[in-house]
Design a protein around this ligand. Structure first.
Ligand code: ADE
Length: 359
């Protein structure tokens, strides 16, 4: 709860003033179209503004309305998303576009409670869209906003715990401007992104340094408290790129998987790093393929960092003579270069194909 002496109106005035002077003119701030705001918020989940902006521009260009996105092939949506990671965001976004068209005649639900029922929308995203597009007076609390509030008010409750989420929400509801919640939310996010930054912020120019707990007690680097530590798992992927003439054998990843719907190559996971072709002799499929073709190793080990996983990935390229018949596992098919260019692929696969001058 806010302490009695805290001046909410004063705080809002100063925050808005700071925002008007300092904010970046980001594209999605220049529209009240819920579709575009939703696109931007999904793209910006786990993605920085600089990286997300070109993707936002591409999506708005190719799919200017929710009807266009709903009518698209999932494959094309994933291809446009390629490189952003967390591909379930794109799949859910496509699913939700179809739901909005089919069940709501293309109109976005206009309240945070209704929006939060859609696939891929959490409380933050629902509140952001409801306030930016429909002016609902509800706080949108992302990582930036947690940091600002934790420091300003000296809240040491873990922001990832249920207790923490409740405590911050109670306080945020008291702070949100009733007159202009859209600007208030953009301003809090922007203030966290530009002024009250992680690590060591420059508090000498902060408009709230006269009322900030963290500044007074030099606790900026201790707040917010995030107790959960991520454990990162090492995984070892051995990819085999089978090339026949100009064609490469690729497969669509199926099943519950972060790369579902994307295309990659024949792959075997191992418990540790495998370094020589002999390491695969016990694998009948690979051994047979090696007998039929000429193996060239792409020697380096690519490290690909995901939130909970560190992928150690090695590629083995096997050239198979044109006239040789090979038995491929059923999901693998040979695709030509033009097809491979248009298929959605994990960015790592795209990188290797470019480095090897294939794409
Ligand atoms: N990150 C997520 N939403 C954002 C927004 N509306 N502005 C800036 N960064 C954001």
């Amino acid at each position: 709860m806010l302490e009695d002496h805290f001046q909410v109106i004063d705080f809002n005035k100063k925050l808005k003033f700071w925002y008007l002077q300092n904010h970046r003119p980001l594209l999605w701030r220049q529209t009240s179209d819920p579709y575009k705001i939703w696109l931007s918020e999904i793209i910006l989940q786990q993605t920085r503004v600089a990286q997300g902006t070109p993707y936002y521009e591409k999506f708005v260009l190719d799919y200017p309305t929710v009807f266009d996105l709903a009518a698209a092939d999932e494959k094309d949506v994933l291809r446009l998303w390629q490189g952003l990671g967390y591909y379930s965001r794109a799949r859910n976004m496509h699913f939700t576009a179809r739901q909005i068209v089919n069940e709501f005649n293309g109109e976005f639900p206009a309240s945070a409670v209704q929006l939060a029922k859609l696939k891929g929308l959490g409380n933050y995203t629902a509140a952001a869209i409801a306030s930016f597009a429909f002016g609902e007076a509800i706080p949108a609390i992302d990582g930036n906003v947690y940091r600002v509030m934790a420091r300003l008010f000296g809240i040491f409750t873990d922001i990832l715990s249920n207790e923490g989420k409740k405590e911050f929400l109670v306080l945020a509801k008291q702070l949100v401007s009733q007159e202009d919640p859209a600007t208030y939310n953009q301003a809090m996010i922007e203030f966290g992104a530009l002024q009250c930054v992680p690590g060591i912020p420059d508090c000498s120019v902060c408009p709230f340094n006269d009322i900030c707990y963290a500044y007074e007690f030099n606790m900026q680097s201790k707040l917010p408290v995030k107790a959960k530590k991520l454990t990162v798992r090492n995984r070892y992927f051995n990819y085999f790129i089978l090339q026949k003439g100009e064609k490469l054998a690729m497969q669509e990843r199926k099943g519950k998987d972060i790369w579902k719907g994307l295309y990659d190559f024949l792959m075997f996971e191992s418990a540790g790093l495998l370094t020589s072709p002999e390491d695969f002799y016990e694998n009948e499929i690979i051994h047979n393929l090696m007998l039929k073709g000429r193996i060239r190793e792409v020697p380096k080990v690519y490290l690909h960092l995901l939130t909970h996983q560190r992928l150690n990935v090695r590629f083995w390229w096997i050239d198979i003579p044109e006239n040789t018949q090979v038995d491929l596992p059923s999901d693998l098919h040979f695709y030509d270069q033009d097809e491979i260019y248009t298929l959605p692929k994990p960015i790592l696969v795209d990188t290797v194909l470019k480095e090897e001058n294939y794409l």
